[in-house]
Design a binder for this molecule. Structure first.
Ligand code: NDP
Length: 276
């Protein structure tokens, strides 16, 4: 399994499983958990969830999927910004641990920034680390200026999860180089553009045909071409899951990359951070 290392040397898989929209009302939770479990069987051992997803339902589905095999999993969850204060973060973390039926998270992220000062959140994260509730902490949807506000805590922030796909390349201008310089992996969310128009783009189709692959595989391989990026596609459909695995071994050629650049231009100046 391909992995990169966090600043402290911990290996982290570069292709994982997203879980937004799992565990929502009316969902077939058993089927969703079975697909996640199949992902684990196939080596997709990073699972990304959040207290927000399905109002806790996603974490419950993840609990079902990882029951009896917690040690295989690199488990990521996220806290709402309104829960990111000194007093509320420990409570939110406890609730997530309870829903996930585990006693420790591998990575706990601030989902996006709100009114709590970032250093206060970082301090609360460090306290959770000391208590053994989380192994690492990080952030999501933070741009360079936000990260700089972390001050002395910047060096202990393990990862930044941001929107990154062929249609959303703004982070390449400054955020990706900044994170690389910090040895802070970037987790690309919505790498498939949420399965929308991106996957029907004719240029993606052309590159995929030349590779003997599918547009989704090319879209994922494109995010993974950057050695500091972890990609977390969500696939509730087992066929999608199996297909996405094919991206791990794919090497895009210089010709492929040029063609993709011509259709999805890289940024030539600073752009404000896009988020969903
Ligand atoms: P993705 O880009 O991962 O797209 C998911 C959609 O693509 C689903 O509808 C899925 O269908 C479909 N799909 C998956 N594989 C294929 C395939 N091979 N061919 C065609 N369609 C496919 O979008 P997400 O927004 O879900 O992002 C991924 C994860 O990132 C989230 O699940 C979440 O964990 C995280 N995230 C984090 C955010 C943040 O603010 N930190 C914001 C958004 C996402 P199906 O499910 O039917 O298989």
């Amino acid at each position: 399994m391909h992995s990169i290392t966090l600043a402290d040397g911990t290996p982290i898989p570069t292709l994982g499983q997203g879980t937004w929209r799992l565990g929502e009302r009316g969902a077939d939770r058993r089927a969703e958990a079975a697909t996640l479990r199949l992902g684990l069987d196939l080596g997709l051992t990073l699972i990304d969830t959040a207290e927000m997803y399905g109002d806790g339902g996603s974490e419950e589905v993840v609990a079902e999927a990882i029951a009896g095999r917690r040690d295989e999993v690199f488990l990521v969850s996220k806290a709402y910004p309104q829960n990111a204060s000194r007093t509320r973060l420990p409570e939110a973390c406890e609730r997530s641990l309870r829903r996930l039926k585990t006693d420790v998270l591998d990575l706990y992220l601030l989902h996006w920034r709100g009114n709590v000062p970032l250093p206060e959140t970082a301090e609360a994260m460090e306290a959770l680390k000391k208590q053994g509730k989380i192994r690492h902490w990080g952030v999501s949807n933070l741009d360079v200026a936000d990260l700089e506000e972390l001050g002395p805590y910047l060096n202990t922030c393990a990862a930044n999860q941001v929107l990154y796909n062929l249609e959303a390349r703004g982070v390449e201008f400054d955020l990706l180089p900044f994170c690389l310089n910090q040895m802070m992996p970037v987790m690309a969310y919505s790498p498939l553009g949420q399965g929308g128009a991106l996957l029907r783009h004719p240029v993606l189709a052309r590159v995929a045909k030349r590779q003997g692959a599918t547009p989704a595989q090319v879209a994922l391989a494109w995010t993974l071409r950057n050695p500091n990026v972890i990609s977390i596609p969500k696939a509730a459909d087992e066929r999608h899951l199996r297909e996405n695995l094919g991206a791990r071994m794919m090497v895009l050629t210089p010709e492929d990359l040029l063609e993709l650049d011509s259709a999805f231009a890289p940024p030539s100046r600073k752009q404000s951070l896009e988020m969903l």
